[in-house]
Design a protein around this ligand. Structure first.
Ligand code: PGA
Length: 234
């Protein structure tokens, strides 16, 4: 029996409701370690939250990063800066990210993983990949996957174009499923009818590496925030 809680909001109220939940979560914490995704799904939540949220008592870990040069519009650190951080009056005390320009990528993954594991994560926000990935934990990733360099599937490579890049990154770096699933609380954000089928399989299909998001059902404290379009097949 899955312990996943599912909140379904009208398409035109989803951003406002999720933002309100996030702002009140942050207000209720004296300090928090957050893992944040980037991409289309959280963009409007970040933009709306930025007007009121105070992240100055938080430490932020950027979930993943594409193998792209600094400043590329599809870089996750760029997206987070553009959609959220640059708009805040109360910026996080620290923002940690994976560096795809590091000379030793394996060492860089270890550094980031150790930082995350040193204090754990209080809340991890996630988007749902069209192929069921979490971060850049692509299909085939097991639940104990470490933080690592990941080769990307075609649909994930295309996403970089949607995020404004002229490049097609074939690899990226991602927080591992092991660290994601160790987060004390996880919110999966899902919008749009193009995510309806993968959300249904995430929640009702077999749990396993073919669909990494299905592992969320083994976690004790997950909330899925879906809009009505994404929830259409539930
Ligand atoms: P999207 O990406 O929010 O741009 O749809 C989700 C994901 O790949 O995690």
């Amino acid at each position: 029996m899955s312990s996943v809680e599912i909140e379904i909001y009208p398409d035109d109220g989803w951003v406002e409701r999720v933002t309100a939940r996030w702002v009140s979560f942050i207000e209720s914490q004296s300090a928090a370690r957050l893992c944040l995704p980037t991409g289309s799904t959280p963009k409007e939540v970040y933009e709306r939250a930025a007007a009121t949220i105070d992240l100055s008592r938080t430490e932020v870990f950027v979930l993943d990063e594409f193998g792209l040069p600094p400043g590329d519009p599809a870089r996750c650190d760029e997206m987070l800066e553009r959609d959220l951080l640059s708009r805040l009056s109360g910026r996080p005390a620290h923002v940690h990210a994976l560096d795809p320009q590091a000379l030793d990528l394996a060492e860089e993954c270890k550094r980031f993983e150790q930082l995350v594991e040193a204090g754990g994560l209080d809340l991890t926000l996630l988007g749902l990949g069209g192929n069921g990935h979490l971060g850049l934990n692509e299909p085939g990733s097991t639940e104990d996957s470490p933080t690592r360099v990941a080769q990307l599937q075609a649909s994930t490579i295309e996403a970089a174009g949607r995020y404004g890049s002229d490049s097609q990154p074939e690899w990226g770096m991602t927080l591992g499923l092991r660290q994601i699933l160790s987060s004390r609380e996880i919110w999966l954000l899902v919008t749009g009818d193009h995510k309806a089928e993968i959300l249904e399989r995430t929640l009702n299909g077999p749990i396993g590496p073919e669909l990494p998001a299905s592992y969320l059902r083994d976690h004790p404290n997950v909330v899925v925030f879906a809009d009505q379009s994404a929830a259409a097949a539930l």
